[in-house]
Design a protein around this ligand. Structure first.
Ligand code: SAM
Length: 240
């Protein structure tokens, strides 16, 4: 059985393994992905923020601590929505259970749209980008992270990565990955393809980043040095 991005997390065993992995000390999300996302997002005081593929929405608390005005999460997995609803309780926040594909944007509504590690599950990126642009107020930003194209080009089952074969890099599209004991569907794009898709949707691209590790985010030299070897995440920041 292979799953779409949302279905994967609705398998209870996959969901439990994913949530457990996120608790690991020095997990890649907290040491590599979150620091760059926070840098790119910058000041959020008074902002209305939409989070596509928000997962358990734990990030909402960070955003409210930084002064954001309102948070809305879009999430396709019922397991994740349940966790997210608990995480945002008491805040000026909502979580909508729908896929990014089915989501219908309210126009000119958000100052910032973010998406963290969810867009590599999307086949039709062009349609999604048009909706994101509609949802943004003029001058608003879209900031997202995806699994790095070096990784999605040739998804391999692996334990600890010490080297990585890159193959089929310029063949865009469908991939399957054995991950956490299940099979998940993903979509590969090269860096250039992400960049061009944003431009064609009418965005101005402001920043491109990779998950270049910073020693201060690691408790051990060993993990830091290992993370210097292979890029795990790609980030783009664009504006309307
Ligand atoms: C790797 S998790 C990341 C969650 C969260 N953004 C974070 O960084 O903690 C990917 C999330 O995207 C969601 N997702 C995947 N495909 C989706 C889709 N087509 N529509 C909505 N959510 C989707 C999954 O259910 C999952 O919660």
């Amino acid at each position: 059985m292979d799953y779409t991005g949302s279905e994967f997390y609705d398998n209870d065993a996959n969901f439990a393994k994913y949530m457990e992995r996120r608790q690991w000390q020095e997990n890649a999300n907290d040491t590599l992905e979150k620091p760059v996302i926070l840098e790119l997002i910058g000041a959020v005081q008074g902002k209305r923020i939409l989070d596509l593929g928000c997962g358990d929405a734990k990030f909402a608390k960070d955003l409210f601590d930084l002064g954001c005005e309102e948070y809305c999460g879009i999430e396709g997995s019922a397991n994740m929505v349940q966790a997210a609803a608990a995480a945002v309780k008491g805040y000026n926040a909502s979580v909508i259970h729908t896929t990014m594909e089915s989501w219908q944007p309210l126009h000119n509504t958000f100052d910032l749209v973010i998406s963290r590690l969810a867009i590599h599950y999307i086949e039709d990126l062009d349609s999604l980008l048009l909706k994101i642009r509609q949802a943004l107020k003029p001058g608003g930003s879209f900031i997202f992270s995806v699994e790095h194209p070096v990784i999605t080009s040739t998804l391999q089952t692996s334990g600890t990565r010490t080297n990585w074969i890159v193959d089929n890099y310029f063949i865009e599209g469908y991939r399957e990955q054995q991950w956490l004991g299940g099979t998940v569907q993903k979509y590969h794009r090269s860096i250039e393809q992400y960049y061009i898709a944003l431009q064609q949707a009418g965005f101005r691209i402001d920043y491109l980043r990779e998950s270049n590790p910073q020693r201060k985010n690691f408790s051990t030299d060993e993990t830091y040095e290992r993370r210097l070897r292979i890029p795990l995440f790609l980030f783009l920041s664009a504006s309307k």
